[in-house]
Ligand binder design. Structure first.
Ligand SMILES: [Zn+2]
Ligand SMILES: [Zn+2]
Length: 208
């Protein structure tokens, strides 16, 4: 994960998919939970900052649950835009910490939940990132909100296809294509094996 971030930052790769065992977004400064012992995204960001001069980074968190650990680490850091799709609506005073309440909206939308979720992601992330101007985009890709997984929001593969398109196009527009996708929550191997290869294929096409 840290190596993937460094390869991107140093121009050896345009983008990467970090296929890791467990995500880290529930690990904060002095607590951990939800099978997250270390906050891998924060560790990668801090490595790039200390060793390579990274300044501004934007994180889109599409795990079904609130990224409380990542939020804790970067709560007072205006150089990190953290947009998290979860169960509450919140925008910090400086506009860099954002939660979007998608639970109810998706459940009410029924078969239109993909559309509603993507619209929420676009509305919260795309609009802010253009004024934020990050050097790197990180997509914390949880798929536990897929229909039938433990964070079921009724989402299907179409939602994740839309999200990879969104993050790739924003990375292309804002930061030379630099996009790191990090595997977050999700428990079903059948879903993983269906959802992940097309995402990697899209990244590979964009990076070729
Ligand atoms: Zn989750
Ligand atoms: Zn959240």
């Amino acid at each position: 994960m840290v190596a993937a971030a460094e390869h991107i930052w140093l121009g050896r790769l345009v983008n990467a998919f970090a296929f890791i065992g467990a995500g880290g977004h529930h690990a904060g400064r002095d607590f951990f939970g939800g099978y997250c012992c270390f906050n891998d995204v924060a560790i990668a960001i801090e490595r790039l900052r200390e060793a390579h001069g990274l300044r501004r980074v934007a994180i889109l968190d599409t795990d079904a649950h609130h990224g409380d650990g990542t939020r804790d680490v970067y709560q007072d850091d205006p150089a990190v835009l953290h947009v998290c799709l979860c169960g509450t609506d919140h925008v910090s005073a400086d506009g860099t910490k954002v939660d979007v309440a998608v639970y109810r909206r998706c459940l009410e939308a029924g078969s239109r939940s993909d559309e509603v979720y993507l619209e929420a992601a676009r509305g919260a992330f795309a609009s802010r990132i253009r004024s934020f101007r990050p050097d790197l985009i990180i997509w914390y890709f949880g798929f536990d909100g897929h229909r039938g997984d433990y964070g079921d929001l009724g989402l299907t593969a179409a939602c994740y296809t839309g999200l990879v398109g969104l993050t790739l196009s924003l990375a292309g527009e804002m930061c030379g294509g630099r996009l790191l996708v990090v595997l977050g929550g999700g428990s079903r191997t059948d879903l993983a094996s269906t959802l992940i290869p097309p995402i990697i294929a899209r990244l590979a096409d964009a990076g070729a």
